[in-house]
Write a protein that binds this ligand. Structure first.
Ligand code: NAD
Ligand code: MG
Length: 294
């Protein structure tokens, strides 16, 4: 039987509660829990035998990718911050229920030694590394341009730009030909909002990095692509990523008319990791709810 759903009301269409947690936020404690595919994603063995590391894999979009990878037959390592241990344990359980191995690597990606070593530690635990999702990011909204401090800007740039470059340097030493690196960039790379200007600049940098380095990585047979999400309901939004006044209507101005759920991106992460996309590199796929990326 064919199942056909109208995207406009396939997931939650109501208003979101105003809610505020300290960075980095815990998904378990959100009202209106994001759907990361725990029940809704069905795998068909498309990543059988693969070995994946997902940064920020405890919650939101990264959790959606990690769960889908496991349901498609991959063993998965995730990185997250220590305060997110409860979310990470939930992901581990779902991965194991899918019959795959899960490895947890808590640690702060502002620590360059940890960030670099993570690539090697994950590869050792997994018995290799062929899929790397650089998904962790910081987004902290400000009311006014004058609110930006150099510490704020440096943290955002460190986590979103500097760290992924350092980790790609480590990854290219060990990832075999046929591997895939996927960076989570954003619609903000193409259509920036004033209150998250620093974040939008880092997302533009990520998109640029994909374009500048795809050829270099292909010299080793490694594909490098990005996913540009639109407004997706995740802990990022309730831990400082959005101003509180925007929260109830979050995502309602997308063409679909509602916020996206992490599971709605999972298939794109699977596709870009799988050999079905063997001729795709240097690209950014928009999963924006309609808004064009250009
Ligand atoms: P999320 O909060 O679930 O994921 C972000 C993760 O980043 C956190 O779980 C955390 O583990 C990790 N992280 C942040 N700072 C870290 C640090 N210092 N050290 C280690 N890990 C750290 O939110 P999300 O929305 O799923 O975000 C995932 C990605 O999606 C991010 O790159 C974000 O920029 C991107 N994105 C999100 C949206 C959206 O609307 N939610 C839109 C476009 C792009
Ligand atoms: Mg999290």
């Amino acid at each position: 039987m064919t199942s056909l759903n109208d995207p406009r009301d396939k997931f939650y269409t109501g208003q979101f509660d105003k809610q505020k947690q300290p960075y980095p936020g815990v998904q378990k404690e959100m009202t209106q829990t994001p759907d990361c595919g725990e029940e809704t994603y069905k795998g068909t063995g498309r990543l059988s035998g693969r070995k994946a590391l997902v940064t920020g894999g405890d919650s939101g979009i990264g959790r959606g990718a990690a769960i889908a990878y496991a349901k498609e037959g991959a063993d998965v390592a995730i990185n997250y911050m220590k305060d997110e241990q409860a979310d990470a344990e939930e992901v581990k359980k779902v991965i194991e229920e899918a019959g795959q191995k899960a490895h947890l690597f808590p640690g702060d990606l502002r620590d360059e030694t940890f960030a670099r070593q993570l690539i090697h530690d994950a590869a050792e635990a997994l018995g290799g590394l062929d899929t790397l999702v650089l998904n962790a990011s910081m987004q902290q909204a400000v009311e006014n341009f004058s609110d930006y401090t150099s510490k704020h800007l440096e943290d955002t740039y460190k986590i979103n730009v500097v760290t992924p470059v350092m980790q790609m340097q480590e990854a290219e030493k060990i990832m075999p030909a046929g591997s895939s690196i996927i960076i989570t960039t954003s619609i903000q790379s193409f259509a920036p909002s004033a209150h998250i200007a620093d974040y939008a600049m880092t997302k533009a940098a990520q998109t640029n990095l994909i374009k500048s380095q795809a050829k270099h990585f292909m010299e080793k047979g490694i594909r490098l692509n990005g996913v540009a999400p639109g407004p997706i309901w995740t802990p990022l939004q309730i831990s400082g990523g959005q101003l509180q006044d925007y929260m109830p209507e979050f995502g309602h101005d997308s063409y679909v008319g509602r916020a996206g759920q992490p599971v709605e991106l999972a298939g794109t992460y699977v596709h870009l990791a799988s050999e079905e996309s063997s001729y795709t590199s240097g690209q950014v796929y928009g999963v924006t709810g309609g808004e064009p990326i250009n």
